[in-house]
Design a protein around this ligand. Structure first.
Ligand code: SF4
Length: 707
């Protein structure tokens, strides 16, 4: 593959040597154009956003192999142009938890303000890590300076935001509408290896799996304040109209990522207590009811017309933002059945500044150690107060407390300490979810910047002809079963394609959920989406430029991780090895990457005709009999049609025909088209051509994965 080459001015970088700034050096801050010396990185840097941030970190790793990696906050071109749902900043560094490259995208208003000052903010230190004493780095049109607020030591990111907003409103009233902040909690100050950071506001946006909050804390900084006008959102664009036409985004906005709960149940993948035991049935319905009852409002990224975040009311009356993945890790995973308990633990994680998913994994391992009689001080599954005590200790326990210190080192260290490595689903040092869905499993295991970036996985409903055409460009065949999540066929191809796509979207700062929904719902074609999101890139590099950028970035990230010690066999951890080593899974993924590296495969424009659904024969009408099928609905369909419907229809028929019949039952035209619905029988995804027979019980799911 070859990196994209954009005929434009070099990117503007604001670089701060924090140690020299603390020392009062006049040359500690530099703002200006930056081009990496290494040829392979120049094209990536010119693409901007996450690609620029990565290029900086990769060059630094070559030039200063023994120095700590910088923390880079960058904004993509879609953010700079005010594209709707592109309001996220890329935050990247070498993760304290894994020692590998990590990137997270953070919403809120920070990205749009930084975009008016620079393409990237690079923070590094020419000296040893220093203690956090309440210093905020203040960035504005004149450069960067430090201001100290000792009263903020130990404060939560939300408290930091409230305090600093008031401070700057009082001291710079003319800038009071131009304020945003990234901040860490006590965990980041103490170097907890899974400390996060937050773009704050009334409902903060958190980022930082892998411990990026500890990287900011290691620089001696409590917060980064940006004082600058925000890039305005283009409100009347073609894209806004497209986003508002996407049924899946409408469902996601309605259900706030919690549509994942019944969807996982329908596919038989919902688990509890260390993600070891499967659950289902009435308990899930009770949980859904308590989620609905706690809902207090919605929130989302700046300028998003279909905000997908939900805010809830906790037991104590506070407002608490929550997404499904985090509340799953801190709820069912810990044997807590009440949603209110998961919310309460999430509130503690947010207050202390801990990543919720790693916290959930660490607590589940401690509870397992307790269950096995290995640790008296560990919490029990199902006891919220005991979990809360451990989380709070990460902010307050004395350095001499060995139990608290062990927790701060993260789940892999805890598993090793108690000999529970076999029970920790961990990949390359980070916790993973043991999905039966082979594409999700492979995606988490190979991801070159942390598992979360592979979260938008719309492949189950994606156009197989298009994916097949992309694969054919690299000489890969698209086998039958490639879209069946539990079949090993074609998973390497699917995952590589998604990883490249997600890398490119994140480099632009555009929301990958939104892109997945637009494509899956066929509101925009790939070519249309690419033209809307990256017109300059496509103008310079032609059709397929976005995926080529994504692939180039993935390859370069894999190279950097290898430099930092990652081995290919680490992508097949023992707990998943048997599944991953099937021919169509990891070996195919590795073959795709090798073909790209060797220049034998490049994404280009594709021309294809949609083939018939594998030519299944329909049974003649005269041979059919009326029969009963039980349909169980998930998400918006459940709200419209009820949770369960018994349908009398001529059988046997095909799934596609059944969906046409379901469509006729429906009264609300704005809900998702039934042609986009995934149908499961006993947890197994059916194809449109699969037969439906009398007495079948089918789960109909219309959701976007991830979140
Ligand atoms: S869909 Fe959700 S994650 Fe995406 S931009 Fe909107 S609020 Fe943010």
């Amino acid at each position: 593959m070859s990196a994209p080459h954009l005929a434009q001015a070099p990117r503007i970088v604001l670089e701060v040597d924090v140690a020299r700034l603390f020392a009062g050096a006049s040359d500690a801050v530099r703002r200006g154009p930056w081009r990496p010396q290494r040829a392979g990185l120049a094209g990536l840097a010119s693409a901007g956003g996450g690609a620029l941030g990565f290029a900086w970190i990769a060059q630094h790793a070559v030039e200063h192999p023994d120095a700590p990696s910088p923390l880079v906050v960058s904004v993509g071109d879609a953010v700079r142009r005010g594209v709707p749902t592109a309001a996220r900043a890329s935050v990247a560094s070498r993760a304290p938890l894994t020692g590998l490259f990590a990137e997270g995208l953070v919403g809120g208003g920070f990205a749009r303000r930084l975009a008016s000052l620079a393409d990237a903010l690079v923070l590094h230190s020419s000296d040893d890590p220093r203690e956090v004493r309440g210093d905020a780095l203040v960035v504005d049109g004149r450069g960067a300076r430090l201001e100290r607020f000792p009263q903020l030591v130990g404060a939560s990111a939300k408290q930091v935001h409230a305090f600093l907003r008031e401070h700057f409103a009082a001291h710079s009233p003319e800038r009071s509408g131009e304020f945003d902040v990234l901040a860490i909690g006590a965990a980041g100050e103490r170097g907890v290896r899974f400390a996060n950071l937050a773009a704050s506001g009334e409902t903060p946006h958190f980022v930082g799996r892998g411990g990026l909050g500890a990287v900011l804390g290691g620089l001696g900084l409590k917060a980064v304040v940006v004082l600058a006008p925000s890039v305005p959102t283009r409100s009347d664009s073609e894209l806004t109209r497209a986003l508002l036409r996407s049924p899946r985004l409408a469902v996601r906005a309605e259900a706030g990522t919690f549509e994942q709960l019944p969807a996982l149940q329908a596919s038989g993948e919902l688990r509890e207590r260390g993600f070891r035991e499967r659950i289902g049935g009435e308990r899930v319905e009770r949980l859904e009811a308590s989620i609905e009852a706690a809902k207090a409002g919605a929130h989302g990224c700046h300028g998003c017309p279909t905000p997908c975040g939900w805010v809830f009311r906790t037991d104590s009356g506070e407002r608490q933002g929550a997404r499904f993945g985090a509340s799953y890790a801190l709820g069912l995973n810990l044997g807590l059945e009440r949603f209110e308990d998961a919310l309460a633990l999430l509130a503690v994680c947010d207050e202390v500044g801990l990543d919720a998913k790693e916290s959930g994994a660490a607590l589940a391992l401690l509870a397992r150690a307790r269950e096995l009689g290995l640790e008296e001080r560990a919490p029990h599954f199902g006891r919220r107060a005991e979990f809360e005590r451990v989380l709070r200790a990460a902010a307050s326990a004395p350095p001499s407390d060995p139990f608290a210190r062990l927790f701060e080192r993260g789940p892999a260290a805890i598993a090793a300490h108690y000999g529970l490595e076999g029970e920790h689903t961990c990949v390359k040092g980070a916790s993973a979810r043991p999905d039966d869905n082979l594409a999700s499993l492979l995606g988490q295991c190979v991801s070159s910047r942390g598992g979360d970036s592979m979260r938008a996985f719309p492949f189950a409903a994606f156009d197989p002809a298009l994916l097949a055409a992309w694969g054919a460009g690299g000489g890969f065949e698209w086998p039958a079963g490639a879209l069946d999540p539990r079949s090993s066929a074609g998973k390497g191809l699917v995952v590589a394609w998604h990883e490249d796509w997600s890398n490119a979207l994140d480099a632009l700062g555009f929301c990958s959920f939104s892109a997945a929904a637009l494509l899956t719902d066929r509101v925009l074609s790939l070519a249309e989406l690419e033209r809307v999101l990256a017109p300059e890139l496509v103008a310079c590099d032609g059709a397929g430029a976005l995926l080529r950028l994504g692939a180039e970035l993935t390859l370069a990230q894999r190279e950097l991780n290898a430099r930092w010690g990652a081995r290919e066999r680490d992508e097949r951890p023992p707990w998943a090895r048997e599944k991953l080593e099937q021919e169509g899974v990891w070996p195919q993924y590795a073959a795709v990457r090798e073909a790209q590296r060797a220049g034998r495969w490049s994404y280009g424009p594709v021309d294809f005709a949609t083939p018939d659904e594998d030519g299944a024969q329909e049974r003649p009408a005269e041979e059919r009999r009326l029969g009963r099928v039980t349909l169980r609905f998930v998400g918006a369909l459940a709200g419209e049609l009820g949770r369960e419907v018994a349908l009398e229809t001529p059988l046997e028929c095909r799934v596609a025909e059944l969906l046409e019949r379901v469509a006729r039952l429906r009264a609300v035209a704005s809900a998702p088209g039934t042609s986009k619905v995934s149908v499961f029988r006993a947890g197994r995804l059916l194809r449109a051509s699969d037969p439906v027979r009398a007495d079948d019980v089918l789960d109909l799911v219309a959701v976007l994965s991830g979140g």
